[in-house]
Write a protein of this length. Structure first.
Length: 760
């Protein structure tokens, strides 16, 4: 089983962003230079063009900041081919770093230290670059401790195409221009130097990293652990070589073999253990997701605790499926499990394979991928365009949702099994802690999630249920403007067009290790985790720390849904209910398939609110800034001609500029018949006026500007990538277009309201 330190391709864009935006920028001034970019990165003229630009910059480049000057000067010297001078500049910069950072280097500068020294040796000693780079690498890397060396290898392992594409984009931005200013020129030179360096040392560095790893770590890749019911679990252990004492273990149990943090755990002074979901010999498709993981992970933990290198303490961590397994394990807490830290956690029956009790096509796609013994058949799990075509094929057909596999030509018994459990019944309850079982989880827990994470309802389910049934739970929540994957590739400065506050640019994985160090090694609690709930407040660019979710919003600000339309069918959100009884009539054709190509926008900052099959409500402008933070709730007062419907709610800040900023994403979706009780279905009363209370499973947080407006979209969830609720009151997966011939007709009464949690 091959070991990779991490999924390099998934984090490459993040690391490249840090690499190219984190380089010291040139000072802003009026100098500019004649420059015409080459057609492509691979053009024969590219080295000469960049060498010429760098050579013209060197004599005039200045900066009052010595560190920035030396760093940028070294890049110019490398591009100009003056490698000896670049080596001297890097050495001067390294001396300054030693004094300022108490000898603790960081990954990116070390890479260019090693590279510049190798190029200087190649030029001065006339030895092959491969030999020079190996010598430079072996001189510098052993000086680093395991954690720093690991950081360096993360940078070394970025794929070359990432740098090639970045440099090409830089060239294209200059296309059609005759001149370039100094700041842009320095940034362009850095992009070229990064590409040229990785192109040059790429063929050499892999074997050197492996050599350094062998010196640092003991790796056991072929471990097989027997469970009590005689199943076999494959595991990998990576730990520091010859530690002075037995170590606590950090353990991930996952269904995916594409990435592992085992070496990263070892670099942080733990025994890193990764184990993989069993192959179910009884199933024709091999793997049975979610069904055995709790028992199997407990067996692995018991095995870990007995090993001579273990101090008997285990912490579990993970994202996605790996975020589910610690909770499955904690359902019957093994004595050696002392802490869990998860993000983007799956909660079967809560946010997978459905969300808001609405099944999602992505669950069919994923289940087919993980159980497929012949993956060459059909579209790959990453072929989004092909899967969208299949979604639309089903949507246009009007067939039952449980016919999806038959329609695609790949029936999946596991997906059908899931559809047979639309309620949160004992089938789902057996997979993770349920109700009073949370009360017995008395170990420290850390949950990290994001306002824009698809998985957020699962993370919040575990957090809220743990505190509900164990009021003294040691369970900390961190939430910010993050999406799924932020734990792997890091927070982005711009997320789907949305500028992320600088305060939120936290190394979440490193923060997780700091938290584990607090639990296992007596380290200090990280300052960003000093509250029970720790949230970054977008718009204010600061972290807030409160005791609970309820404390995020000190009061509820109520907005009523006004039935009267203003211009463009936009309705008002009112802070005072109108005395006159009124209603808004909404009609949705459930049989219409003209929207088969529609997909929800991914942008978080745009010129409008996504209102597909929805009604839009807008408040008056705010007279002063307002912080809206927490879980919103409300009550819908309506009459409907069906026995059920699937709803969605989105909230935006409408800026004075006319831009719309999402307050969370994706939209909060829920099936009306399960809104108040996910265990038992309560059908609507067709033709009768009724009320439905709801509480969001998505947190919002933002400081809204003076003059901004709050925008709410309330709509019917009818999409090609979702189960469609035709409102007949049957098992929804059994319903088809024949049940949707009569349009859905709703009267939304003015007594409907939404409560927004506000702090001031």
């Amino acid at each position: 089983m091959p070991i990779r330190t991490m999924a390099v391709t998934r984090m490459a864009n993040y690391l490249l962003f840090i690499l190219l935006t984190g380089v010291p920028q040139a000072r802003a001034n009026s100098l500019d230079f004649e420059f015409r970019p080459p057609a492509t990165v691979g053009s024969a003229t590219t080295p000469a063009i960049m060498r010429d630009l760098a050579a013209r910059l060197i004599p005039v480049y200045q900066d009052a900041d010595p560190d920035r000057y030396l760093a940028n000067l070294s890049a110019l010297q490398l591009a100009a081919g003056d490698y000896a001078a670049a080596d001297v500049s890097r050495e001067s910069l390294r001396d300054r770093r030693r004094k300022a950072d108490l000898g603790r280097p960081v990954g990116r500068p070390v890479i260019y230290d090693i590279y510049a020294h190798a190029k200087a040796m190649e030029a001065d000693s006339r030895i092959a670059f491969r030999e020079a780079f190996a010598k430079s690498f072996r001189e510098d890397m052993p000086k680093l401790d395991d954690q720093d060396a690991y950081a360096v290898t993360r940078w070394f392992e970025i794929a070359l195409p990432v740098f090639r594409e970045a440099l090409q984009r830089s060239f294209d931005r200059q296309r059609g221009k005759d001149r370039i200013d100094e700041a842009e020129a320095v940034s362009l030179v850095w992009a070229y130097v990064a590409f040229d360096a990785y192109r040059t040392f790429g063929p050499v560095v892999g074997s050197l990293i492996a050599e350094d790893d062998q010196r640092r770590y003991t790796v056991d890749e072929d471990i097989v652990i027997q469970t009590p019911d005689k199943a076999s679990i494959s595991a990998v252990v990576i730990r520091p070589r010859n530690p002075a004492v037995a170590l606590p273990a950090l353990f991930e149990f996952t269904i995916h073999e594409s990435q592992t943090y085992a070496k990263e755990c070892a670099a942080h002074g733990y025994a890193g253990v990764v184990a993989f979901t069993r192959i179910d010999a009884r199933g024709s498709h091999g793997i049975a997701p979610y069904q055995h993981d709790g028992d199997d992970a407990r067996a692995v933990i018991n095995w870990i605790a007995k090993q001579p290198w273990s101090d008997g303490r285990v912490g579990m961590y993970g994202e996605g499926y790996g975020g589910f397994t610690p909770w499955a394990t904690a359902k019957r807490l093994p004595s050696a499990l002392k802490a869990i830290a998860t993000s983007a956690a799956r909660a079967p029956g809560i946010n997978v394979p459905m969300d808001g009790s609405i099944f999602q096509n992505s669950a069919y796609r994923w289940s087919l991928h993980v159980t497929n013994s012949t993956p060459s058949e059909g579209p790959s799990d990453h072929d989004d365009a092909r899967w969208r075509e299949l979604d639309q094929k089903w949507y246009r057909s009007g067939r039952r949702y449980r016919d999806m596999g038959r329609l695609f030509g790949k029936p999946n018994p596991i997906f059908i099994r899931w559809l047979n459990h639309p309620s949160y019944d004992r089938y789902w309850q057996n997979m993770v802690p349920y109700r009073e079982e949370f009360a017995r989880i008395n170990i420290p827990v850390l949950t990290m999630t994001g306002y824009f994470a698809d998985s957020e309802p699962g993370d919040l389910y575990y957090f809220t249920q743990h505190h509900r049934y164990n009021p003294h739970a040691d369970h900390t929540l961190l939430i910010g403007p993050y999406a799924d994957g932020s734990m792997q590739h890091g927070p982005l400065a711009t997320l789907h067009g949305y500028p992320v506050d600088s305060a939120a640019q936290v190394d979440l994985r490193e923060l997780r290790y700091q938290w584990f160090d607090h639990v296992f090694k007596g380290g200090a609690t990280p300052s960003v985790l000093r509250g029970g709930v720790n949230y970054e407040l977008p718009g204010a660019n600061e972290w807030r720390h409160v005791a609970s979710l309820e404390a995020m919003g000190q009061r509820a600000q109520r907005f009523y849904l006004d039935a009267a339309a203003s211009g463009n069918a936009i309705h008002r959100l009112l802070q005072h209910k109108k005395a006159k009884t009124a209603f808004l009539q909404q009609t949705v054709s459930l049989a219409d398939r003209s929207d088969a190509g529609w997909t929800p926008p991914t942008e978080l900052l745009g010129k409008g609110a996504a209102s597909h099959n929805g009604e839009t409500f807008v408040s008056e402008p705010l007279t002063k800034p307002a912080e809206f933070s927490g879980l919103f709730s409300g009550q819908l007062d309506f009459t409907v001609n069906k026995m059920d419907m699937d709803l969605y709610i989105s909230l935006y800040e409408l800026l004075p500029s006319g831009d719309y900023v999402r307050l969370f994403g994706p939209a909060y979706e829920f099936r009306a018949s399960y809104a108040q009780d996910r265990v038992h279905r309560h059908l609507l009363k067709a033709g009768e006026r009724q009320t439905l209370k709801f509480e969001s499973e998505r947190i919002m947080s933002r400081e809204l500007q003076t003059g901004s407006r709050l925008v709410m979209v309330l709509g019917i969830n009818k999409r090609p990538d979702r189960e469609i609720n035709y409102g007949a009151g049957n098992d929804v997966s059994e319903e088809s277009l024949a049940d949707g011939k009569i349009p859905l007709k709703i009267r939304w009464y003015a007594d409907s309201y939404i409560d927004i949690p506000a702090r001031r």
